[in-house]
Write a protein that binds this ligand. Structure first.
Ligand SMILES: N[C@@H](CCC(=O)N[C@@H](CS)C(=O)NCC(=O)O)C(=O)O
Length: 418
């Protein structure tokens, strides 16, 4: 039989690996189209004829094209005599069951984590939190099955193992560090055993576990079309309105940068930079020096203090994700550096962790430009500190000094915005 043509780029795609590994097991020749160019080759009318959605991979068979990587891998598996797809009705159903499970419960959540970090989707902390807890739930289930089974179905490799391992491959190679996967020791054992089988190794090469997650992209690197809209975004101009005449850019007079309204407030006796310097330079007797200094400097007319409380603490089930989330928030607050100081506490020794903070803002309200620009703001409940209430004032002091225990609990970490 002549080699089957698999239309896809040769770029480490796990959806392609499913078929190539199955082909190794059953001894079928599959050839990738040479010089396949993503975004070009998959947009031609010939390609769209084979797969109307224009995605890869597509397999060309003597009887017509097949798209969807699981369907392609099934087709190839069924060409061989090696029983990759089960010999009894129940084994066939269980193989299908694990293929669906690994696609919908594992791969889908890995992709929800991975794509925003690559900049292909907008990064939203609650979406990531949700994906992590769904992925953990799926891996726990897989782990308990593998505690008593070497392979997913029966006593040898089936298509279920090939597809599940290909899906896990992206996780291990790109996203899931050892401290995450070690919670699932049977999944680890299973994964490393399979990727080191000769038929897997021939396609995947030597697999190495990632040492770090890809970093969260900055706001500028996020895809533009999916940026959340703010209330004040100007309405789109109706189609019937006459178009404004185009003005040559070079002829436009440079517009003066509008002043931040906070710069127009009456001057304050509190110099934010002096406080930040005192905070950073106080190494000893923090309570007597920095906290006392803060309240001596504090100008309740020029500034306001706010407690914030994360609304979705139940989702803070993974320590490093919670820390990353707070780190991302502080990065995005960069635009407020001239007008704000903040402390964020990540509280608890066991998940779910609580995230609470204290912020000092110029003016009497939370500045509007911060609410508009920093989407994290709406993930927190904000309460103005009443400094005439000694209990609230003491709570604020404890947050500034990272007092531990805080409200009876250990601190996982404390981060400062200054
Ligand atoms: N469910 C499909 C997913 C295919 C898919 O998402 N392919 C991506 C590359 S991994 C693609 O072709 N993207 C191009 C596009 O979205 O236009 C499968 O398993 O084959």
């Amino acid at each position: 039989m002549a080699a089957l043509i698999l239309h896809a780029p040769n770029n480490g795609n796990k959806n392609v690996y499913k078929t190539l590994i199955a082909a190794e097991y059953v001894g079928v020749q599959v050839q990738l189209t040479p010089d396949f160019q993503m975004g070009v080759s998959n947009k031609t009318p010939q390609f769209i004829n084979m797969n109307p959605i224009g995605k890869v991979p597509v397999l060309e068979t003597p009887d017509g094209p097949v798209f969807e990587s699981n369907a392609i891998a099934r087709y190839v598996a069924r060409l061989g005599h090696n029983n990759l797809f089960g010999s009894s009705l129940i084994h066939q159903a269980q193989i299908d069951q694990w293929i669906d499970f690994s696609s919908l419960e594992i791969d889908a959540n890995i992709m929800k984590l991975y794509l925003p970090r690559l900049g292909f989707a907008t990064y939203f902390p609650p979406v990531e939190e949700n994906a992590i807890s769904s992925l953990k739930r799926a891996l726990e289930a897989l782990n308990s099955h593998l505690a008593h089974n070497t392979y997913l179905v029966g006593h040898s490799v089936t298509l279920a193992d090939i597809i599940t391992t290909s899906n896990l491959y992206i996780g291990f190679a790109k996203l899931l560090v050892k401290s995450f996967t070690s919670e699932f020791p049977h999944v680890e054992r299973y994964f490393w055993t399979l990727v080191n089988q000769p038929n897997f190794r021939k396609i995947l090469g030597q697999v190495k576990q990632t040492e770090a997650m890809p970093p969260i992209p900055s706001a500028k690197q996020q895809p533009k079309e999916s940026k959340p809209k703010t209330k004040d975004e100007p309405k789109k101009v109706a189609k019937s309105e006459p178009e404004k005449p185009k003005v040559e850019v070079e002829e436009e007079a440079p517009k003066p940068k509008p002043k931040n309204p906070l710069d127009l407030l009456p001057p304050s006796k509190m110099i934010l930079d002096d406080w930040k310097r005192l905070y950073s330079n106080t190494k000893r007797n923090f309570r007597e020096v920095a906290i006392k200094g803060f309240w001596d400097m504090y100008d309740p007319e020029g500034y306001s203090l706010w407690f914030c409380d994360y609304k979705y603490n139940d989702e803070n089930t993974v320590s490093f994700v919670t820390l990353n989330k707070v780190g991302g928030f502080l990065q995005r607050m960069d635009l407020a550096r001239k007008y704000a100081f903040g402390k964020m506490l990540i509280i608890g020794s066991e998940p779910p962790f609580k995230v609470k903070g204290l912020w000092l803002f110029r003016g009497q309200e939370i500045p509007k430009f911060i609410i508009d620009e920093c989407y994290d703001m709406e993930l927190y409940e904000w309460t103005k500190v009443d400094i005439s209430d000694e209990v609230q004032k003491e709570r604020a002091s404890q947050m500034i000094e990272d007092a531990e225990p805080f409200e009876g609990e250990a601190l996982l970490d404390a981060k400062c915005f200054k």
